[in-house]
Ligand binder design. Structure first.
Ligand code: ADP
Ligand code: MG
Length: 140
């Protein structure tokens, strides 16, 4: 198995409820290492750029408004099979379908306010990391 890096966002619904530590604990317990981290407040423009792939979806307006409505914690996670592993511990997009013990099962409020983002493939991981972090900010 390869050591990979993936990109994570702890979303505004989670920062608002002061549960960033609980989410990071689950990430670390799964064997992933936080190699970059910062708390930021995205502008609507930054959120729109990040989710440009979803621009045609009916939920795009709601999604980009929610993502820019409060602070988030953006992180780079490193570990074996990090991309797939993080998707597994996040759980399904809709918390109603998320497996027991996953972040979304335990913490998500709804399909929109689902507490975390994680990259879905190596190409998107590289792209998303670059959108928020300079190489010098990632310390493995
Ligand atoms: P994931 O975050 O699991 O990769 P998607 O990439 O399909 O899911 O969607 C991006 C985000 O858009 C989701 O995490 C969620 O916040 C929001 N979203 C997806 N589908 C819906 C929906 N049907 N209604 C409202 N928001 C949605
Ligand atoms: Mg996605």
């Amino acid at each position: 198995m390869a050591i990979e890096r993936t990109f994570s966002i702890i979303k505004p619904d989670a920062t608002r409820r002061n549960i960033t530590g609980k989410i990071i604990a689950k990430i670390e317990e799964a064997g992933l290492r936080v190699v970059a981290s910062k708390r930021i407040h995205m502008s609507l423009k930054v959120a729109q750029g990040f989710y440009a792939v979803h621009a045609a979806r009916p939920f795009y307006g709601e999604l980009t408004e929610q993502m820019s409505a409060g602070p988030v914690v953006v992180q780079v996670l490193e570990g074996e099979n990090a991309i797939t592993k993080y998707r597994e511990i996040m759980g399904a997009t809709n918390p109603a379908n998320a497996a027991e013990g996953t972040i979304r099962k335990d913490f998500a409020l709804s399909i929109g306010e689902n507490s975390v983002h994680g990259s879905d493939a190596p190409e998107t991981a590289a792209q998303e990391i670059k959108y928020f972090f300079a190489d010098t900010e990632i310390v493995g």
